[in-house]
Design a binder for this molecule. Structure first.
Ligand code: URP
Ligand code: ZN
Ligand code: ZN
Ligand code: ZN
Length: 459
């Protein structure tokens, strides 16, 4: 028996602050040593990466796998979604199971765990979407949920008709309770009444194309709810995580709250960084329909500027793809388009391309996609290449050009908003706790390899 199971030789390790030549040795799924010129004879298996980048596996902290939504179920199952994740360098996904009327948190989470235990190809955690307090029972149950590693809960400030929205009083109760327990509330912030008002008006006027999805929930509709959520969190002194931030005004409110010392975290998504609302004018505009919708150039510029300044904490995908025929339900009525787009396999390659082409640094990408999400959400063994942490490792070839096509993806969807996107540099291998799960275009892992991540509460 040799000292190490795996030795990754001659790589350039990337952390949030540094890039340096170093070998990485793995034993029993953990990083066991990081030194220069380690002895190949000490490892069962040696992988010479010849100057390629060695990165921590990414955490996609926002996915919706096999989620009942929009009159159907999102197109990626726990199996196909986590398989795609592995092939994009994501070694941990966070799912968002949604509580239905009367359901308990642990009942819901355990039902999802049963499927994930069989199907997950990467490690997984769950934020739980709370839609109803069940006469206060949920506030009690949160304590046990936190003890079992569910340390974040989501509130939708929208989706009223879908029965998923919570009112301000529920949001306030949850913020207070989460704080008591060392947990955190994540919010989807848009104003439902403004949206309904706009939808009613547009449908009456016969304005039914995907462009009106955007116009019914433009920048200020998101900003109102961002500001409301931040206001509550600030005055209740409770931590808050705003998911899929897409608008400049709301972003600025969060940045100001951070400046004042509030514990407010901001997540944005690759679709908001790559596209503008002009996509909704395209013939296939419905394929880009997600909520909040993709905004105008000014918002996109503000998001990039905040990323560069370190004022956005995480980039995650909101992966929630639907098939073409489902998107087509809304050809003549934008309100019938299932909301959501694909991204889990594109997150890390897209952000790393931004680094490789000089827009941001590789260190920033590691912070946004791995180290910071792991820290914010209590994944103590994830998110950085440090001795003792899980050996979730991505090997990245800066010289490999890659064009995203449906055929080169590993999901179950039949189209992608990323079709044709050219990337300079691409991941060539992904290791999940030291085991190779992705190798040069092929998924080589197995369903069931993924493990549940029991997360730590805030101290
Ligand atoms: O359009 C989206 N984002 N679909 C998924 C559900 C959500 O709001 O995150
Ligand atoms: Zn959302
Ligand atoms: Zn105030
Ligand atoms: Zn989402």
């Amino acid at each position: 028996m040799k000292k190490y199971d795996l030795l990754i030789k001659n790589g350039v390790v990337v952390t949030t602050t540094d890039m340096y030549a170093c070998d990485v040795a793995v034993k029993d799924g953990k990083i066991a040593a990081m030194e220069l010129n380690m002895d190949e004879a000490e490892a069962e298996k040696v992988c010479d990466v010849n100057g390629k980048l060695v990165l921590p596996g990414a955490l996609d902290v926002h996915t919706h796998l096999q989620m009942p939504f929009g009159g159907t179920v999102s197109a990626d199952s726990y199996l196909s979604g986590t398989r795609a994740a592995a092939c994009g360098g994501v070694t941990t996904i966070f799912d968002y199971p949604v509580q239905h009327a009367g359901e308990t948190i642990l009942g819901l989470v355990n039902s999802k765990k049963e499927i994930l235990e069989q199907d997950a190809c990467v490690d997984y955690a769950m934020h739980c979407c709370i839609t109803n307090l069940n006469d206060g029972e949920i506030l009690e149950e949160m304590e046990q949920a936190v003890a079992e590693g569910i340390t974040s809960f989501k509130c939708f400030l929208v989706y009223k008709k879908e029965g998923m929205m919570v009112d301000d009083a529920t949001l306030a109760r949850l913020l207070i309770r989460a704080k008591e327990l060392g947990a955190m509330i994540n919010v989807h912030a848009e104003n439902p009444d403004l949206i309904d008002l706009n939808i009613e008006k547009f449908l009456k006027e016969g304005k039914t194309s995907a462009w009106y999805h955007y116009l019914s929930r433009p920048e200020f509709v998101e900003a109102e709810a961002d500001k409301r959520a931040v206001h509550w969190a600030k005055h209740l002194d409770a931590p808050l995580y705003i998911v899929h931030m897409a608008d400049k005004e709301g972003l600025e409110a969060c940045i100001e709250a951070k400046r004042q010392g509030a514990e407010v975290y901001v997540e944005t998504c690759p679709q908001y960084l790559e596209f503008t609302c002009d996509v909704y004018k395209r013939e296939d505009g419905r394929n880009f329909v997600c909520s909040p919708p993709i905004k105008g150039q000014e918002s996109q510029d503000a998001l990039w500027q905040a990323i560069k300044a370190g004022l956005i904490d995480t980039v995650a995908t909101d992966h929630c793809p639907f098939q073409s025929y489902e998107k087509d339900w809304g050809k003549d009525d934008f309100t019938k388009i299932p909301n959501g787009c694909a991204g889990v396999e594109n997150l890390y390659p897209y952000m790393l391309d931004a680094a490789n082409t000089g827009k941001i640094s590789f260190q920033r990408v590691v912070a946004l996609c791995a180290t910071t999400p792991a820290k914010i959400f209590g994944c103590d063994n994830k998110g950085s290449l440090v001795v003792g942490k899980d050996a979730d490792i991505v090997i990245y070839d800066k010289d490999k050009d890659f064009t995203i096509t449906l055929d080169s993806m590993h999901s179950d969807y039949d189209h992608t908003i990323w079709e044709g996107k050219q990337l300079h540099g691409y991941p060539v291998q992904t290791y999940l706790r030291g085991q190779l799960v992705y190798d040069n275009g092929e998924f080589v892992g197995k369903p069931g390899m993924g493990q549940y991540i029991k997360r730590s509460p805030k101290k």
